[in-house]
Design a protein around this ligand. Structure first.
Ligand code: GRF
Length: 214
C-alpha cells in the first residue's frame, strides 16, 4: 500500500475522490494524512469523518516559506508518507520542498498543460476560444504548473460556456483523473525518463475527442 499525504487549501472535492478510490477494494494506496494551510478548509471535515489524521499548518504561523515547508515536511515524514498529492493546495512550493519530494509529489491542474498554467484557467480557455479544455495530473517541478505529465482528461468547451459551467465539467473529469493517476503510480507503473512519463502497460484512450463533432 502506497502511503499518501494530501495537501489541500479549500473545498476538497478532489480529496474526496481520492478518499473514495482508496476505500474501494484492492486499491493500492491509502491516505495517511491530510494537511491544510487553512483551518476552514472543508476537506478537513471529510478526512476527519473518515478518521484520517487531518492537520492545519497555517503559513501565517511561520516567518517564511522555508519554515512553513519544514513544518509540512516534518508532518509528512512523521506519517511515513511516500507520495504527496496536491489537491487544490494554493501555496507555491519552493525548490527546496519540490526537490525533497522529487518524483514523489504530484499536482492536479485544471487545464490541458502546457496551456493555461496559473489561475483562472477556465476563463482563459473560454476567452482564447479553445475548443477543448481539461485537466492534467503531473509531477511537480520548481516551475509552477510544470513537470512530467502522468495523465490528462479532455472535455469540450461549449459555445455558450460560462466559467462556472466549464469548471464543473472539468471538475467531473478531475474526479476520475486523479484517482486513475494515483492508481498507476501506486501500481508502480509510472516511470520518468528524461522528464517524460512512461506508463507500463498503458491502455491508450481509444478515440479522438472532437469539438465540434467532426
Ligand atoms: C481543482 O480544480 C484543482 O484542479 C485545482 O484546484 C481545485 C481544487 O478543488 N488545483 P477541490 O478543493 O479539490 O474541490
Amino acid at each position: 500500500m502506497l502511503r499518501v499525504g494530501v495537501l489541500i487549501s479549500g473545498r476538497g472535492s478532489n480529496l474526496q475522490s481520492l478518499m473514495a478510490a482508496c476505500d474501494t477494494p484492492n486499491f493500492p494506496a491509502e491516505i495517511v494524512c491530510v494537511i491544510s494551510n487553512k483551518a476552514d478548509a472543508k476537506g478537513l471535515d471529510y478526512a476527519r469523518a473518515d478518521s484520517i489524521p487531518a492537520l492545519v499548518i497555517s503559513h501565517k504561523d511561520y516567518p517564511d516559506r522555508q519554515k512553513f515547508e519544514a513544518a509540512l515536511n516534518a508532518q509528512l515524514e512523521f506519517h511515513d508518507v511516500q507520495l504527496v498529492c496536491l489537491a487544490g493546495f494554493m501555496r507555491i512550493l519552493t525548490a527546496w520542498f519540490v526537490e525533497r519530494w522529487r518524483d514523489r509529489l504530484v499536482n492536479i491542474h485544471p487545464s490541458l498543460l502546457p496551456a493555461f498554467p496559473g489561475v483562472d484557467t477556465h476563463q482563459k480557455a473560454i476567452d482564447y476560444g479553445a475548443k477543448l479544455a481539461g485537466c492534467t495530473i503531473h509531477f511537480v517541478r520548481a516551475e509552477m504548473d510544470h513537470g512530467p505529465i502522468i495523465l490528462q482528461a479532455a472535455v469540450p468547451v461549449l459555445h455558450d460556456d460560462t466559467e462556472e459551467a466549464l469548471a464543473a465539467r472539468v471538475l467531473k473529469a478531475e474526479h476520475k483523473a486523479f484517482p486513475a493517476a494515483l492508481r498507476l503510480i501506486a501500481e508502480g507503473r509510472v516511470n520518468i525518463i528524461n522528464e517524460r512519463v512512461f506508463i507500463a502497460d498503458a491502455v491508450p484512450s481509444g478515440e479522438a475527442l472532437f469539438n465540434p463533432k467532426a
